[in-house]
Every structure is written in structure tokens, then in C-alpha cells.
Design a protein around this ligand. Structure first.
Ligand code: AMP
Ligand code: MG
Length: 502
């Protein structure tokens, strides 16, 4: 059996597709199949996610399934499209970006009734490729797989990774590299840049269709509000405020917070030169292309509202009849970002410090710890983790003190912390357990990620990748056999820059 694009359709690998985006008008996307690759090989399959999506992992790992995950075959019901979008990249506007190396295969309704996109990334050129080859290198594919799944387990909204397949074809970047395709799962691929695409064309009809689609899909409660588009904007702002707070609380740096990498659903999307901080330094930048530090850790809560302002601009024709009225609404909504972000951050910092009640001085207490950490090159993850041990037993302060160049700085702060803890209802044991459930011990440290990618790329050895995945699957649970994975890099290993994930 063959479909429109002439590809063989294996009937045994039907996905329960229901493709709502492909029912939007043709100017929202380009219809085309993925470009087949020479020699697909399944590198990693996410069994639990496959089942969550109603897909049979045994079928997916069969030759037919792998062919689908490589883009060599289309599953029944697939309506492959490359989505149109625009975006501000490092502050400059490009009216046409779009899926230059990704194809949305279709949407399925998962076991929780949530509509999920299944997309191939690295699946060949599209009308949006501009000068790109439409492909992805193995390293960035594995990095996205690892980091997105680690974020998911940490409870942070994110796109997921269903599979990684090598193509048997080289890609040319700074050097010749092995190529790969990632199967990405997202609650949608609608970006701030998708709205910008139509706003730049003054296509208000498309903007309204897109907003309605996004409301139905992500914010159905906004439909019932007195002003649905205002409510929609409010919800997007609220989810971004929460998302960025979650990033900050684990030391995550996205690296390329362009508006095209900013999801309307509030998920972390487009993992490129992303990383987790080791030593706490608010000015940390990982991306080698971010020479100005625009997307440094500490700038993330400033960039998100900048992106959301660009989003609000696209909604102006929908918000009110006059531009003055629309602008007033947009500004009111945008102004909610800062208080929502600050509240989410403070709530998270309280949990990190073991505080379950709220007091006026908590914010200063937390900020003073962060300042001391920055001045003393304390490891972000380990400081909070060991603080949980110290909360259970002051005799275990050493683990935290060790993180500080001058341990006396921590001692001085700990006096204030313990005064504050004395007014909490929990005992030390309960506090320690709660802190350990919010402060991970294992994060995808960059030196570890780089090492497992190198083993895969240079030696075709996936054992280190599998082991790191195993460690990151249970980030809150101390396991002695994996003690080394909790450690920050030694001096000669740090100061990595990651390269834009292409
Ligand atoms: P990114 O930096 O991955 O978020 O991508 C920004 C834009 O560049 C998007 O429109 C991508 O589709 C496009 N792009 C990135 N890499 C490639 C590539 N290798 N081939 C074609 N388009 C690409
Ligand atoms: Mg992108």
C-alpha cells in the first residue's frame, strides 16, 4: 500500500493519529514527507512514553517502526507537515523561519486525554530550510534526548523524547559528524514565533484561527472568559512565569530563548546549547554563539517577558477594537509576569530551604544564601542538596560548608536559617525528606553529558549514555553506586561552551 507521497505504509504500525493542525489552512505549513535516510538504526526508545502515547514499543522497535522513526516510512494516518513560524533571534526579527529540519508526523491523544504532537527533528530539508541541510547531528540529538527527559523527571514542563535514530549519513558542521533523527513529543509546536509569522503578514484571520486553536488545545477555560483572548494571553504569561521560575530553581540555562523557541503551551522547547550550572554564578552563559550573554542564567526572567511582549503585540487585533484599548489590555496582562514569577520563585526557594510556612524575611534569607554561594563558588545543586542533610542533622553541616571557599560565610548564614527553621512545625527528619524531594542530587551535568556524547560519537559506545539515563531517571534518590555522578567537574573539565544544537 502506498500513500500520496509514494511511501510504503506499514499497516501494522498504525498510530492513532488525529491531526488537528493539518486541518488548519494551508498557509500554516508546508505538506511534505520526511526525506528517507541511508541506514536507520534505533539508538534509544522511550518505552514508557511510547505506552503513554498509546503506541506499542515493540512495534516501534521493529524494522517497520524504526523506519517510521527515521522518516523512511509513514505510519498510517500520518499527514506530515513542516510548520511555518517567524521569530526574534537574539533580538532581531526574521519574518520567516519555520520547521527547516523538522516534520510533524501527526498528533495522538495520549492516555490522559492530552493531545500530543509527534515530530521528527533532523528529518531532511523543507521549504523553510533556507541554507540549512535539514539534518541534525548525533550529539545534539542525544543531548536533547537526555536533557529533555531529565527535565521531565524533575517535574519541569518540557517537550519529551520518544526516540533517537542514527541515519547512517554524515552531516557537515565544523567537521563531518554522524547524523541522527530525534522523535520529539510536545503538547504542541505552537510558538510565540508562530503568531509572529501571521502578525508580520497582517493576517488577522490566521491569527484568530491560531489563537482559537491554541485556546482549544491548551487553555479551554479561556473560552469561557468574558474576554477569551485576554484570558488566553494571561494564561500563556502565567505558564511562562512558572516555567522560568522552575528553570531558575534547578540552575537550568536554556541558551537560546528566541521567540521561536518560546512555546505557547509553557513547555521548555528546542534544547540546543542548554546546560545546568555547576558553581552558582548568575552570569553563566553556555552557548558559544551568545557572545553578549543575552541568554545568561540571570537574564532568563527578563527575556521571558520580552518574548511575551512580542507575543502580546501579535494579539493586539484580537484584544480590543481600538489599538489604544488593545495596548492597555496587553500591558496590563504583561505586568502580571513579574509578580507571578516572583511568587513562583519564592515558593520554590522556600521549598529548597525547607520552609513550609511563609514569613516576610524568607526572600532575603534565600537571596543572602545565593549571594554567598556566588561569592564562594558553591555548587548550586550540591549546596541545596546538602542543606537537606544539614536540616535533618546539624552535625552534617560539613557537606554544605565544603561547598564554600570560605565556610565561615555559610556558618553565619546557617545561624539565621536555623533561627527561622525553629519556627517551622516539622521535625528535622520530615524536613530533610521534603527537601530531598525538591532538591535533586543528580542533574545532567555538562561534563557528564559531553562525556557520554563523546563515547557515542567517537566509539559508538552507548553504555555511558544508558548509565547516565539511568542515573537521571531517579534524580532525588541517593544511590551510593552513582556517587560520582553527583560531583561537579574538576577544574580542568569545567568552562565548557556548548555549540548551537544544529
Ligand atoms: P534552532 O536554532 O534550532 O531553534 O533553529 C532556528 C531556525 O533554524 C529554525 O527555523 C530551524 O528550522 C532552522 N534550522 C536550524 N538548523 C537547521 C538545519 N540544519 N537545516 C535547516 N534548517 C535549520
Ligand atoms: Mg528553534
Amino acid at each position: 500500500m502506498a500513500n500520496d507521497s509514494g511511501l510504503f505504509v506499514p499497516v501494522d504500525t498504525a498510530f492513532p493519529f488525529d491531526n488537528s493542525y493539518a486541518r488548519l489552512p494551508e498557509r500554516f505549513y508546508a505538506r511534505l514527507p520526511p526525506t528517507p535516510v541511508a541506514a536507520p538504526r534505533l539508538l534509544k526508545l522511550n518505552y514508557a512514553l511510547a505506552r503513554q502515547l498509546g503506541l506499542d514499543p515493540d512495534v516501534l522497535s521493529s524494522p517497520n517502526g524504526v523506519a517510521i522513526l527515521a522518516g523512511n516510512r509513514l505510519a498510517q494516518g500520518s499527514q506530515p507537515i513542516a510548520l511555518a513560524y517567524a521569530g526574534h533571534q537574539f533580538g532581531g526579527f526574521s519574518p520567516q523561519l519555520g520547521d527547516g529540519r523538522a516534520i510533524l508526523l501527526g498528533e495522538v491523544i495520549d492516555r490522559d486525554g492530552v493531545r500530543r504532537d509527534i515530530q521528527l527533528k533532523g528529518s531532511g530539508p523543507t521549504p523553510f530550510s533556507r541554507r540549512g541541510d535539514g539534518r541534525a547531528a548525533l550529539g545534539p540529538v542525544l543531548r536533547e534526548y537526555l536533557v529533555s527527559e531529565a527535565m521531565f523527571v524533575l517535574g519541569i514542563p518540557t517537550t519529551r523524547s520518544l526516540a533517537a535514530v542514527s541515519t547512517g549519513e554524515p552531516v557537515w558542521r565544523e567537521a563531518e559528524l554522524p547524523g541522527a533523527v530525534l522523535t520529539r513529543v510536545a503538547s504542541s509546536h505552537i510558538r510565540v514565533g508562530t503568531f509572529q509569522f501571521f502578525a508580520a503578514r497582517e493576517d488577522v484571520e490566521a491569527l484568530r484561527l491560531l489563537a482559537d486553536h491554541a485556546i482549544d488545545r491548551h487553555y479551554p477555560e479561556a473560552r469561557k472568559a468574558a474576554q477569551p483572548y485576554r484570558a488566553f494571553y494571561e494564561q500563556v504569561v502565567a505558564r511562562q512565569a512558572n516555567l522560568i521560575a522552575q528553570w531558575m530553581l534547578v540552575g537550568f540555562i536554556h541558551g537560546v530563548m528566541n521567540t521561536d523557541n518560546s512555546s505557547i503551551s509553557g513547555e521548555t522547547i528546542d534544547y540546543g546549547p542548554c546546560a545546568f550550572m555547576d558553581a552558582y554564578d548568575p552570569s553563566t552563559v553556555f552557548s558559544s554563539i551568545d557572545t553578549q550573554g543575552r541568554y545568561a542564567y540571570i537574564n532568563q526572567p527578563r527575556i521571558a517577558p520580552w518574548n511575551l511582549a512580542r507575543f502580546g503585540e501579535t494579539l493586539l487585533p484580537l484584544l480590543a477594537d481600538t489599538s489604544d484599548a488593545a495596548l492597555a489590555i496587553a500591558n496590563e496582562v504583561l505586568a502580571t509576569f513579574q509578580p507571578l514569577y516572583a511568587a513562583a520563585l519564592l515558593a520554590g526557594l522556600r521549598r529548597k530551604l525547607g520552609l513550609f510556612t511563609a514569613e516576610e524575611g524568607d526572600s532575603v534569607l534565600a537571596e543572602d544564601l545565593l549571594k554567598a554561594m556566588a561569592a564562594n563558588q558553591a555548587d548550586f545543586t550540591l549546596t541545596f542538596r546538602r542543606l537537606g542533610d544539614a536540616a535533618g542533622d546539624p552535625a552534617r553541616d560539613a557537606g554544605v560548608r565544603d561547598q564554600f571557599l570560605d565556610p565561615a560565610v555559610f556558618d553565619a548564614w546557617a545561624v539565621r536559617w536555623r533561627e527561622r527553621l525553629a519556627r517551622e512545625p516539622q521535625d528535622g527528619v520530615a524536613r530533610r525528606a521534603a527537601m530531598h524531594a525538591t532538591n535533586p542530587l543528580y542533574i545532567p551535568r555538562n561534563h557528564r553529558v559531553e562525556a557520554v556524547l563523546a563515547a557515542a560519537i567517537e566509539r559508538d559506545d552507548y553504555a555511558p549514555f544508558e548509565e547516565l539515563m539511568m542515573v537521571l531517571a531517579r534524580p532525588f534518590e541517593e544511590r551510593p553506586e552513582f556517587a560520582a555522578y553527583a560531583e561537579p567537574p574538576t577544574d580542568d573539565m569545567s568552562s565548557y561552551k556548548t555549540f548551537c544544537g544544529t
